[in-house]
Design a protein around this ligand. Structure first.
Ligand code: PEP
Length: 247
C-alpha cells in the first residue's frame, strides 16, 4: 500500500496561492508516497492543471449526494471529477458541525463519489467531551459503520481519523491514543468491508506538522495524514511528505 499525505486547504486560498503548489512540486517531484491537495472548489481546475502529469493528486472538500439538480451552491461528484479531482473529502467534522451532516448523508455522498470514480476520503473522530466520557471507540465505530459503503474497495476509500479536539488546536492525542484508535479502525473496517480493509489507507489528522509527523507516521496502521493548516505552505507540507516517504 502506498502511503498518502493529504492536505485540506478548507476555505483558504485565492489564485495567488497556487504558487505553493508549484513550490511543492519543485521540491518533491517524485516522493515515495502519494500527495493530495484539496483546495477550495474555486481553485480545483487551476490546481489540477498544474498537477497534471505530476505526483500530486487534487481533490474536493465535499460533494452533493445527488448527481445533478436544483441544489443551489452545491457541487456534484461528477463536477469535481470534471474539474480534475480524483478524491473528495467527506464528513469532515467541520461539515458535520456547521452543516449538520449525519452519517447517513456522508454515506450517500460516499456512494455518489465512488459512482463518479472518485476516492472517498471519509472523516471520523470524537469530540473532547466524548473522549472524556470514554466513548471514543463507540463513536468511531458508529461513524464508520454509518458512513462507509459496505462494498467499497481499498482503491475507492480512504479513512481519516481526526479527533475534533485536535483539529486546528495544536493539540494532538498521545501516540498510544492514536495507536489504539488506528488498530481499532483496521479491525472495525475489516468487519465492515472485509478483506479490502487490509489495503485501505487509514490517515491520522489533527495538528500534524513537520515537528510531529515522523513519530505519528511510526504508529502501526497510520498510513498517512490529513493535514489542515500545515498544508497551506509548501515548505511545511513538503516536510510532512518527506517524513511520510521516509517512514
Ligand atoms: C483538518 O481539518 O482536516 C485538520 C487536520 O486540520 P489541522 O491540521 O489544521 O489540525
Amino acid at each position: 500500500m502506498k502511503k498518502l499525505a493529504a492536505g485540506n486547504w478548507k476555505m483558504n486560498g485565492t489564485r495567488a496561492a497556487v504558487a505553493e503548489v508549484q513550490a511543492l512540486l519543485a521540491a518533491h517531484p517524485a516522493p515515495a508516497c502519494e500527495m493530495l491537495l484539496c483546495p477550495p472548489a474555486t481553485l480545483l481546475a487551476e490546481m489540477a492543471g498544474l498537477a497534471a502529469g505530476s505526483a500530486l493528486a487534487v481533490g474536493g472538500q465535499d460533494c452533493h449526494a445527488n448527481a445533478a439538480g436544483a441544489h443551489t451552491g452545491d457541487i456534484s461528484a461528477a463536477m469535481l471529477a470534471d474539474a480534475g479531482a480524483s478524491h473528495v473529502i467527506l464528513g469532515h467534522s467541520e461539515r458535520r458541525a456547521d452543516h449538520g451532516e449525519t452519517d447517513a448523508l456522508v454515506l450517500a455522498k460516499a456512494r455518489a463519489a465512488i459512482a463518479a470514480g472518485l476516492v472517498a476520503v471519509v472523516c471520523l473522530g470524537e469530540t473532547e467531551a466524548q473522549r472524556d466520557a470514554g466513548e471514543t471507540l463507540a463513536v468511531i465505530a458508529a461513524q464508520l459503520d454509518g458512513s462507509v459503503p459496505k462494498d467499497a474497495t481499498a482503491g475507492q476509500l480512504v479513512i481519516a481519523y481526526e479527533p475534533v479536539w485536535a483539529i486546528g488546536t495544536g493539540r494532538t492525542p498521545t501516540i498510544a491514543q492514536i495507536a489504539e484508535v488506528h488498530s481499532f479502525l483496521r479491525a472495525r473496517l475489516s468487519a465492515h468491508i472485509g478483506a479490502e480493509a487490509a489495503n485501505t489507507r487509514l490517515l491520522y489528522g489533527g495538528s500534524v506538522k513537520p515537528s510531529n509527523a515522523a513519530e505519528i507516521f511510526a504508529v502501526p496502521h497510520v498510513d498517512g495524514a490529513l493535514v489542515g493548516g500545515a498544508s497551506l505552505k509548501a515548505v511545511d507540507f513538503g516536510a510532512i511528505v518527506a517524513a511520510l516517504a521516509a517512514a
